[in-house]
Design a protein around this ligand. Sequence first.
Ligand code: PRP
Ligand code: URA
Length: 209
Amino acid sequence: MSKVYVFDHPLIQHKLTYIRDKNTGTKEFRELVDEVATLMAFEITRDMPVEEIEIETPVTIAKTKVLSGKKLAIVPILRAGIGMVDGVLKLIPAAKVGHIGLYRDPETLKPVEYYAKLPADVEERDFIIVDPMLATGGSAVEAINSLKKRGAKNIKFMCLIAAPEGVKAIQEEHSDVDIYIAALDEKLNDHGYIVPGLGDAGDRLFGTK
Ligand code: PRP
Ligand code: URA
């Protein structure tokens, strides 16, 4: 069963409040999403493997740790996932970036894939899929399908706000994928929007409506 990690760090919760606020404009919304993505990246990388090396400090020889060079890739679900990429890359600058384009059909709420481009060495990489919203879970499940179809084996899913329905969908379809979120909200409304949520993440990030 997928584990669910809620990052309830005060800084993340504080920034998320202003992300939710409808009076927060595009510029500030974008900056806050970027900052929260960086803070979440710090938490999500907690289990990164390290190895011991020997270095010389000005005082003595010391055995100390460095990252053991695990290959990572960040995969935003277009469009809104793009808003989280730079924030993650601030901490993991050597990560490759793949893209998966999905939109929700407004009638059926089902995801439709329109683009996929991943790093060539898919099978050797660990993947972090990023998207601000996990609502019905249709887009996340489809993005994970798309990665697995191309050979990905180790996948994490990271979002700002999740609905219980979306968490359940990932747990049912992809029990090997752990879920990292800043907040677990109450429910979905009749249009598939998360309540209380933040509205349409893509529109708020890019100023479209
Ligand atoms: C939003 C969001 C997710 C999806 C979540 O994207 O960024 O990808 O909805 O909903 P789900 O869990 O019910 O699938 P949207 O489809 O609105 O596309 P956009 O990012 O291009 O605006
Ligand atoms: N997609 C969004 O952008 N917001 C929601 O609340 C649900 C899906």
